[in-house]
Design a protein around this ligand. Structure first.
Ligand SMILES: Nc1ncnc2c1ncn2[C@@H]1O[C@H](COP(=O)(O)OP(=O)(O)OP(=O)(O)O)[C@@H](O)[C@H]1O
Length: 460
């Protein structure tokens, strides 16, 4: 790794810009293969090569799975740029970009297909004792063969079932951050990734982000508003977490997951409910989730190869388009205001009837036109998505989701070493090991190859 230069690639095109670097699509001159080049941002690094990049490289070199992005090599750019690039296999979309495409609708088999791939990748990480710590839809990359791969391991780390180990809670993008992290836990395990998976699942089902908090207190409010107040009964040990007294709701709140997602079929609801469980020790593991009825009841997940092919779409394009749209909207608003004020000068003063209040806007999960937030399922996509899902026909698509979650530091950077909340890394419901069957679609097995798992273990 690291012996070639970036000159081996041509026609770089910016496709992503994250916290840690820019990502380009480029063509390898010799082979014609399209790759993604992630430039490692060095400008703010006083202490040399960034630790996030070192972690990402180290962990990605060790992981080898169809649902994990492949790091092909590292290249350098000599000369004034003096940059270092990670070379990845190129993926046509990230899930945020795909969900934001106008008119995109996923059928039930499609959602199942993406979720199964996501859980298989997450399970592989957890079985190999790696926490991803930044699962979100823009880090789920999808190619035009329907393959979904987990990317961006910049915050990932290995973990041990060591009750004394303290980990930072300054991880995971806010909208996908588990309640134990928001409450300041420093002893946590794979359950934090499973919370993020639950948020992605809800996003796939509803077409929008479910917890779009502006800051940590609001994030917790949104979570408690849906999942109810945490207390010693539903989450033993929660009152010992550093943020509990500050952030616990003043009045007890009921859990409303089932009522809120009333329109989701019962197996999806059952699984979502177990992912969005406040107590990390009771939250479902990736392995158990793969065995959930949801994946084994009709309609079954579709074959990834049957998924529709789209022109490439990344979160970066979405952000750019949004910005342009905002500028256009602002200009149009200014023009309208100008026009109205000219027009008003010619009219008598308005008469208030008392009925002029704007209509209540729909709640975050309901769509009043048809009462069915399953707007994303239609006939066209049943055909595209490999059949099934016939219940969700021709209904309007929900309003565009909010995007761009803040990934700021947690307010609990000062860590309370006592704040373990009674669970160690890997809650009691999370069993590790590779006792799973061979890859396949039989229940109780999962698609992680035993060879891949063992290969990883041999290296460590
Ligand atoms: N292999 C790839 N193929 C295609 N696009 C990619 C690839 N890797 C990354 N991208 C695009 O670049 C974006 C940013 O990449 P990545 O998440 O790895 O960088 P980051 O700096 O860690 O970002 P963030 O701050 O959002 O976590 C992704 O959301 C995706 O759109």
């Amino acid at each position: 790794m690291g012996s070639r230069t970036v000159d081996c690639f041509e026609k770089p095109e910016l496709i992503g810009e994250g916290t840690y670097g820019q990502v380009y699509r480029a063509k390898e001159i010799e082979t014609g293969e399209i790759v993604a080049l992630k430039k490692i941002r060095m400008d703010s690094e006083k202490e040399g090569f960034p630790i996030t990049a070192i972690r990402e490289i180290k962990i990605l070199k060790e992981l080898n799975h169809d649902n994990i992005i492949k790091l092909k090599e590292m290249v350098i750019s000599p000369g004034p740029d003096n940059g270092i690039y990670m070379v990845f296999e190129y993926m046509d979309h990230d899930l945020t970009g795909l969900l934001d495409r106008p008119g995109i609708r996923f059928s039930v088999p499609q959602v199942k297909c993406y979720m199964r791939q996501l859980l298989t990748g997450v399970h592989y990480c957890h079985a190999n004792r790696v926490l991803h710590r930044d699962i979100k839809s823009s880090n789920l990359l999808i190619d035009n063969n329907g393959n979904l791969k987990l990317a961006d391991f910049g915050l990932s780390r290995r973990y041990l079932n060591d009750v004394n180990a303290n980990l930072t809670n300054r991880v995971v993008t806010l909208w996908y951050r588990a309640p134990e992290l928001l409450l300041g836990a420093t002893k946590y395990g794979p359950a934090i990734d499973m919370w993020s998976v639950g948020c992605v699942f809800a996003e796939l089902l509803m077409g929008k982000t479910i917890f779009p908090g502006k800051d940590e207190p609001q994030q917790l409010n949104l979570i408690f508003g849906l999942c109810g107040s945490p207390d010693e009964k539903n989450w033993p040990g929660v009152s010992k977490l550093p943020g509990y007294n500050t952030f616990k709701p003043e009045k007890p709140l009921e859990r409303r997951v089932r009522e809120t997602f009333w329109c989701v079929d019962k197996h999806a609801l059952e699984l979502l409910d177990r992912m969005l469980t406040l107590d990390p020790a009771k939250r479902i593991s990736a392995r158990d989730a793969l065995d959930a009825e949801y994946f084994w009841a009709d309609p079954l997940p579709c074959d990834p190869r049957s998924l529709p092919k789209y022109e490439s779409s990344h979160e970066f394009d979405t952000k750019r388009k949004r910005q342009q749209q905002r500028l256009q909207d602002d200009a149009a608003k200014r023009q309208r205001l100008q026009h109205t004020s000219q027009h008003n000068r010619l009219l008598p003063p308005p008469q208030h009837s008392g009925q002029g209040y704007p209509q209540m806007r729909p709640g975050p999960f309901r769509h009043p036109q048809d009462g069915n937030p399953y707007g994303r399922y239609n006939h066209q996509n049943q055909a595209q998505g490999g059949g099934g899902g016939g219940r969700y026909a021709n209904v309007p698509y929900p309003p565009p989701p909010l995007r761009g979650p803040p990934r700021g530091p947690s307010r609990f950077s000062g860590v309370d070493p006592r704040g373990g909340g009674g669970y160690g890394a890997g809650g009691p419901n999370y069993q590790h090991g590779d006792q799973y069957g061979a890859p396949g679609t039989r229940r109780g097995s999962n698609t992680m190859s035993r060879d891949q798992n063992q290969q990883y273990n041999r290296q460590h």
